[in-house]
Write a protein of this length. Structure first.
Length: 358
């Protein structure tokens, strides 16, 4: 069962074909016992005419070592040395004769009948194959152990159901280790909630002004030059932001050269960048430019909407940034986050979490 050999191959194994030295535990299958017309049981080539070596597990090594010791002890009791080329399983004390496959089958059948088990010796070979495949061993390796020809084609044909089951198990195992997928978010909504580039930062700020009524519907859009000055970006970046706002539907062309606000645009709450509704405190819901460092080394730079006076919000944003950077939650104290306004070069504060939870 542990080797998956055919019964005829097992009957033909000689002591010299077994290597039980540590690190080299193998059995070398070179011949097989088969019935030939007119000649009876003879020692012949393997079924595929290809010799093979099979690695042995520790328990099988112990069983074979004890079998060899029994053969040697029996020969010594009779006054001679057991020959190295003697058959490992033999009815003769000197190992000169082999067991016939049919006699092995009959003996096995009597044993399982006595034990009340409905099985056959050939099913040990099937069991070996199915256990290997279910355990994740590739069909080509299984084919090599079983002595199947065709580089695994026979194995796949005979054990396709087991290969399929192992494949499904493998897929489920991989899937179970995947992180939970975030909720599907429209690309425009994602950029508004967490802009990455300067033109996106500007466009998100204008979109928020349209959403909270600072820029009422029908009012002219801020000119590109004004946006460039206000947010400290180039004129080209400001113009690109206006184009993006037009694509979002926040702005619409009025006449030939004028852009006007179409209507309120809701900026969705997307973790880790929650959108905070305006309050009496004008610091709530501000567009912030954030730089995250781990032990002095910058690991992330992004923008989001948050209240710089809310430690809980900043902690949530930092925790999400640590997760995206590949850090563990308990490592959050190794990180710090500079918080500044997009229009200001210097940070207004540096946030450091005192613990994993706050």
């Amino acid at each position: 069962m542990t080797t998956g050999v055919r019964r005829g191959e097992m009957c033909a194994v000689r002591v010299s074909s077994v290597d039980l030295d540590e690190g080299r535990e193998t059995i070398w299958l070179r011949r097989a016992i088969r019935r030939e017309p007119g000649a009876g049981w003879v020692e012949a080539d393997l079924k595929t005419h290809q010799q093979r070596r099979i690695a042995l597990d520790a328990e099988t090594v112990l069983v074979l070592r004890q079998q060899i010791e029994r053969c040697q002890a029996r020969a010594e009791a009779l006054g001679f040395e057991f020959p190295a080329d003697g058959f490992l399983f033999s009815g003769s004390a000197d190992g000169s004769t082999f067991l016939t496959p049919d006699s092995v089958t009959q003996r096995y059948d009597r044993m399982v009948t006595r034990l009340g088990i409905e099985t056959t010796i050939h099913k040990l070979r099937h069991y070996s194959a199915t256990e290997l495949i279910a355990g994740g061993v590739d069909p080509r390796t299984v084919a090599g152990r079983l002595g199947h020809g065709g580089g695994g084609t026979t194995t796949l044909r005979a054990y396709s159901a087991w290969v399929s089951e192992a494949d499904q198990r493998a897929a489920k195992g991989l899937g179970a280790g995947m992180p939970e997928r975030p909720a599907e978010v429209d690309e425009a909504d994602r950029i508004k909630a967490e802009p990455r580039y300067p033109y996106q930062v500007v466009a998100a700020a204008v979109a928020r002004q349209a959403a909270d009524g600072t820029l009422p519907p029908g009012s002219p859009a801020p000119p590109a030059a004004e946006l460039a000055t206000r947010y400290g970006v180039s004129l080209a970046t400001a113009k690109r932001a206006l184009v993006l706002l037009t694509e979002w539907g926040t702005l619409a062309r009025h006449g030939r050269d004028e852009l006007r606000v179409v209507g309120p645009v809701t900026v969705p709450q997307v973790s880790p960048a929650p959108v905070v509704s305006p309050t009496a405190d004008d610091r709530a819901g501000m567009l912030l430019a954030l730089t995250v460092r781990r032990r002095g080394t910058e690991v992330a730079r992004f923008s989001t909407v948050a209240d710089p006076a809310s430690a809980s919000e900043l902690h949530e944003v930092l925790a999400a940034a640590v997760d995206r950077a590949g850090g563990a939650p308990e490592e959050i104290t190794d990180y710090e986050m500079d918080v500044r306004l997009p229009t200001e070069p210097a940070p207004m504060l540096t946030f450091v979490a005192s613990s994993r939870t706050g």
